[in-house]
Design a protein around this ligand. Structure first.
Ligand code: CO8
Length: 262
């Protein structure tokens, strides 16, 4: 699935695709080339509905992503910094809005852009050695890639503003406590846990899973009354699908459903 220098994209025939940020010498820091590759991979994944779940992780056992690449940012001026934010914000949004469910398997440092990349995934599993933080202010910039907007929605304003203005690191347990991660698992079980969850999701009605994700994310930008109406229509749509007939028939016939994504 595409040939890249900074990321690995591995598609399996069980509906799972794993994307690994692969710059271990710099703890998988994100430079513009890496972001452009992620952008391209996201487009290809979005177009391939045989992929049901995406797992994003980092190469090696020390880091998920230790942030944006500080060397490449150090010489940016106003315009380059702005364009960098546009690129990163665009990729974050694209990942969040993929038709597939995206699981971050956070295997170590997830700092700055690493916390942001994990935040743009729909589910986060953390290894017990994971470290999160938004140390941008220590470098004289504010957190970006839209995380001043997305993170408060996820963990609340007080937690988000504390992380973004102190720049402090937090461990996996603290990340779990504030609702930043769904689950903490021993580091050597992280990928297996992510794959297990991915398999559970991939076994379900694909249209129902995709519509659920749309209802939740698009509902976040609506008021509650509009969100209720939107959900009602998507819910009704499910009853026009073959998969709804198959899922319910399979239950009544006491067998596993054979979903066709239609
Ligand atoms: N960028 C570039 N290189 C990095 C980065 C990084 N973010 N992180 C680590 N590296 C490199 C180190 O320079 C080092 O390279 P070398 O071996 O050549 O010296 C190598 O990776 C290993 O790192 P360390 O020796 O530092 O490893 P330690 O175990 O001592 O420390 C840490 C690990 C704590 C993760 C430490 O490396 C660190 O603090 N890294 C930087 C973390 C950081 O500040 N990240 C945030 C960057 S800002 C950001 O992400 C902005 C995103 C939003 C931008 C929006 C713009 C509009």
């Amino acid at each position: 699935m595409g040939s890249y220098q900074n990321i690995l994209v591995e598609k399996e025939d069980n509906g799972i695709c794993t994307v690994t940020i692969n710059r271990p010498k710099v703890l998988n820091a994100l430079n513009p080339e890496t972001m452009r590759e992620l952008d391209d991979a996201a487009d290809k994944i979005a177009a391939d509905l045989s992929i049901r779940v995406v797992i994003i992780t980092g190469s090696g056992n020390k880091a998920f992503v230790a942030g944006a690449d500080i060397a490449s940012m150090s010489t940016m001026g106003l315009w380059e910094g702005r364009e960098w934010g546009v690129l990163g914000g665009g990729v974050s949004q694209k990942i969040e809005e993929l038709p597939q469910i995206v699981i971050a398997a956070v295997n170590g440092y997830a700092l700055g852009g690493g916390t942001v990349l994990a935040t743009s995934c729909n589910i986060r599993l953390a290894a017990d050695n994971a470290v999160f933080g938004l140390p941008e202010v220590k470098l004289g910039i504010m957190a970006g890639f839209a995380c001043t907007q997305t993170l408060p929605r996820l963990i609340g304003v007080p937690n988000a503003i504390e992380l973004m203005t102190t720049g402090k690191h937090i461990n996996a347990q603290e990340a779990y406590r504030i609702g930043l991660v769904n689950k903490v698992v021993p580091a050597n079980e992280l990928l297996a846990a992510a794959r297990e969850m991915a398999k559970q999701i991939a076994a379900n009605g694909p249209l129902a899973v995709r519509l659920t994700k749309r209802a939740i994310y698009e509902g976040l930008s609506m008021d509650l009354a509009a969100g209720r109406i939107y959900e009602r229509e998507l819910h009704g749509l499910c009853f026009t699908t073959e998969d709804q007939k198959e899922g319910m028939r399979a239950f009544l016939e006491k067998r596993k459903p054979n979903f066709k994504d239609r």
